[in-house]
Write a protein that binds this ligand. Structure first.
Ligand SMILES: [Zn+2]
Length: 56
């Protein structure tokens, strides 16, 4: 998989280690969001990969 957000640093803790939540993950069904990127360190939820780089 290729997600641009994965190269971003967490704005809260600065950690670059992330977890990608997918619909397949039924552990947190309530928060199930296709391609949601979550900081593995503090749990910060990044924007969905849908919003790709637009800083060009
Ligand atoms: Zn974090």
């Amino acid at each position: 998989m290729k997600i641009g957000d994965l190269s971003q640093k967490c704005p809260k803790c600065g950690c670059v280690d992330k977890t990608v939540k997918r619909d397949l993950d039924t552990e947190h069904h309530a928060h199930a969001k296709t391609g949601a990127v979550i900081c593995s360190e503090c749990g910060y939820v990044f924007k969905s990969p849908k919003s790709e780089k637009k800083e060009e």
